[in-house]
Design a protein around this ligand. Sequence first.
Ligand SMILES: Cc1cc2nc3c(=O)[nH]c(=O)nc-3n(C[C@H](O)[C@H](O)[C@H](O)COP(=O)(O)OP(=O)(O)OC[C@H]3O[C@@H](n4cnc5c(N)ncnc54)[C@H](O)[C@@H]3O)c2cc1C
Length: 499
Amino acid sequence: MRKPANGLAKTFDLIVVGGGAAGATCAGRLAAQNPTLSIALLEAGPSDRHPLVRVPFGLIWLMGSQRDWAYRTVPQTSLGGRCISVPRGKMLGGSASMNSMVWFRGRADDYDHWGPGWGWDDVRPHFEAVEEQMRPAPLRDPHPLSAALEQVHGGPPTPETVSSGPFIVNIKNGQRRSPVDAFLRGTNVHVLKGQHARKLTLTNGRIQGVETCGGDKIMARAGVVLSAGTIGTPQILMQSGLGPANMLRNTGITLQHDIPGVGANLHDHPAVAVHHERRGSGRGLTFAQLPLWALAPFQWLVSGRGPLASNTVEAGAFLSGKDGVAPQFQVHFVPTRIGYGKRAIGFGAGYYADVCLMQPRSRGSMTLGTDGAVQIDLGLLSNRDDRVKLREGLCALRALLRAAPFGQRSAPEVFPATGDDTAAVDAHIDARLGTAYHPVGTCAIGAVVGHDLAVRGIRGLWVADASVMPRITSANTNAPSIMIGHRAARLITQQIKAK
Ligand SMILES: Cc1cc2nc3c(=O)[nH]c(=O)nc-3n(C[C@H](O)[C@H](O)[C@H](O)COP(=O)(O)OP(=O)(O)OC[C@H]3O[C@@H](n4cnc5c(N)ncnc54)[C@H](O)[C@@H]3O)c2cc1C
């Protein structure tokens, strides 16, 4: 990728906004497929060249740092008005530079819900091409607790069937491998970091370019691809006057084109967790483990191994509900004590696991308030069925942890430790429910963009990121987002060449 020359070039053939999972992939592939075009990638955040990005365990320090947009939802009415944190990567690689590196394509039948041109047979070749570069592989050296999970249902875990064990991850030689490494580095894309896009400029329904928060105007001869993610992309569209007319009227933004679906259909995997703690159990801060942690940086530097090479969420499971058919719940397992309740930081060893609904029915929205600020309403558990299912999921998670042959490392549940009765489970859900950090759907295929990812009613504008998923995939969303970026480059190239 090219460093920008002194003095920002003001005109490119194509501009990609957002250098995250999908954007870095799309920009790199566009450059490879169109060597004569000049392509700029605008990223609001800084570089991904930071030790905490490379070190898999580093993600726990990236969250809440300057490299995190650190959004919060509006009060969630179904959770007693609690606000939930929504971390999103703000750097080259986006959330793919601070995620847990768990690799899943989703389930083949997920793509039946994405409409024509996005079925399993259409997307599979792109997953295959992406995986050739990303090289996901089984986690090296899983903790014995993570390894033991495999003995419950058999692994590696897959959303297609009830299964459990260590995950497949995008880690190479103990280091995070991101789509920036796989697709962007080595191309001639002009990467412009610290460039926060505010809005699009357009004339007579045709996109002219991008205006940044710093007041720069960057022009695009062939068009703009929005890859700013599930929150950032609808925000830019709305700030450009492209969105639901009713909502935009209240913000004072001049309507350019009424697109009712922008910001609608926001959803994520709702997740609820349990914590286990006992001396001699999993990783954590204990006197006995002080040498392990003191040596960890050297061990990682020398061999790429040790606790810092752990992606935190090392293992998990796919579990079915009472009806016992296809899996409905995904479990994430961390063989490390994580703060709980009022004991956020402190000594202790243990493990943590959460369970999420693979296909929630609840839907929320992303809008702008009258002051123009982003309002994220995940609508968590707004559909009652989700709460009923999640209660079932928590019981299934506890059964899994009871069945796991953890031996001497087994530890009692210390939080919430209230049992499976409905009132106790509901109280825990109300107080603690979060998400798996997989927001999708705010510019859905079929509603905002066509099957070619072009924004309906506007010329020279495409969306390529997790916001185009009409329905969430039945597992983690990074690989599907990279697949979208990969496929977008092909679709956009075809459209440009057809002109
Ligand atoms: C903490 C965490 C853990 C996760 N763990 C996993 C996991 O283990 N496995 C998995 O599959 N998925 C995981 N995910 C989810 C996965 O990373 C995302 O689904 C995926 O990265 C979404 O890709 P995207 O391209 O849509 O958005 P992103 O990757 O978030 O990229 C959006 C980019 O756009 C930039 N941007 C936003 N607004 C603007 C603007 N106005 N101007 C310029 N640039 C802008 C952002 O800074 C960012 O770089 C995790 C996410 C988080 C936050």
